[in-house]
Design a protein around this ligand. Structure first.
Ligand code: COI
Length: 355
């Protein structure tokens, strides 16, 4: 195990006292430390935990020019006894390596990933606050650090994990615009990967949607714009009558861990779930005839976020207020598992060893 070899350099003074934990803006305040590990000469070198701070990287590094970068989003939770948990971390580990492979980057070793996370969460344990609304958002990422602007995969990389105490991702109401012109991903592309550029490519269309009063774009298939895919930071679910619908994942859509957990959770509660291609016209029709009861997004950062309305071309639709809404019920049940407030029949919770 690398526990012996992981070098830890602690900050001289923690900045935790300067943080207002009741008023956090998502992903803007980071903990005292970060995990770093370099790849060079065909292998990953000795990992370290060091004080959080700026990096020195050659301006010609390929990450800056070709976006050779992948990332993950994970969360840690603390229960009332001070025990710390992550949610299905193995899924994130597998996914970052699937993303890395697609971007011609080397796989990261599993023991480095888990030992790095465990040690970092121990060192920055004070930053993880108990309570259902609190979590520590964990952002592992890999960037191509080799200098030189030739357009080919780098031979040097840095794997980093940073952490940010978090509450809600969206602080206000969420309405979405269904895409009819721009696309997020295409067949055979990198849509399934958590590649940095997948997100940058959404910024411009999302800014246009924001000007019309929407917070997110729901992407449709690039070929026809007839089928629903995902929203940029979340997978999307629709409740038509009492059935929950979500699109199947494929090489264009992120295989969301919250998404697949909600599918299992909903089924275990007797809700009928259909994972199948969803036509935009079907959703419009359901909105018009009143059978569209709910929409919500699902993702690590957002958890389950109700969508109050949507737009398509020039039309806008508002969803009804439901007393027995599935979204909030599933969110509560999922968070109870994540924060060790409920039994975990699925085996999703991972307890972080306290060292
Ligand atoms: C996550 O839910 O972790 C995401 O990847 C969304 C992020 C882009 C804020």
């Amino acid at each position: 195990m690398m526990t012996e070899t992981l070098k830890i350099t602690k900050v001289k003074e923690s900045k935790i006292d300067q943080v207002d934990f009741s008023n956090l803006n998502f992903g803007t305040v980071f903990t005292d430390h970060m995990f770093v590990c370099d790849y060079k000469d065909g292998g990953w070198k000795s990992p370290e935990i060091i004080p959080y701070g700026p990096l020195t990287i050659d301006p010609s590094a390929k990450v800056f020019h070709y976006g050779q970068a992948v990332f993950e989003g994970m969360k840690a939770y603390k229960d009332d006894h001070g025990d710390v948990f992550m949610f299905r971390p193995e899924e994130n580990f597998n996914r970052i390596n699937r993303s890395a492979e697609r971007l011609a980057m080397p796989a990261f070793p599993k023991d480095y990933f888990f030992d790095g996370l465990n040690q970092l969460l121990n060192v920055d344990n004070e930053w993880i606050k108990p309570g259902a609304e609190n979590s520590l958002y964990i952002r592992p990422f890999v960037i191509a650090t080799e200098y030189g602007v030739s357009a080919s995969p780098a031979t040097e990389y840095r794997f980093i994990i940073i952490c940010a105490p978090a509450q809600a991702y969206y602080s206000g109401e969420v309405r979405v615009k269904i895409a009819d012109k721009f696309s997020r991903s295409a067949d055979g592309g990198i849509g399934f990967a958590k590649a940095a550029g997948n997100y940058a490519g959404q910024f411009y269309p999302t800014e246009l949607a924001k000007k019309e009063g929407f917070q997110q774009v729901v992407w449709t298939d690039a070929n026809t714009h007839e089928y629903i895919e995902e929203a940029g930071t979340m997978n999307v679910f629709f409740r038509v009558n009492d059935t929950l619908l979500t699109a199947p994942t494929n090489d264009r859509i992120l295989d969301g861990i919250t998404r697949k957990s909600l599918i299992e959770l909903a089924k275990s509660k007797g809700i009928q779930v259909e994972v199948r291609p969803i036509k935009v016209t079907e959703i419009l029709e359901a909105a018009r005839n009143g059978s569209l009861k709910e929409m919500f997004g699902a993702g690590t950062a957002a958890v389950v976020n109700p969508i109050l309305g949507f737009g398509y071309k020039d039309e806008k639709f508002e969803l009804p207020k439901m007393d027995d809404a599935y979204g909030p019920m599933l969110k509560k049940a999922l968070k109870a598992i994540q924060t060790n407030q409920a039994e975990d029949p699925f085996g999703w919770r991972y307890e972080v060893p306290m060292i």
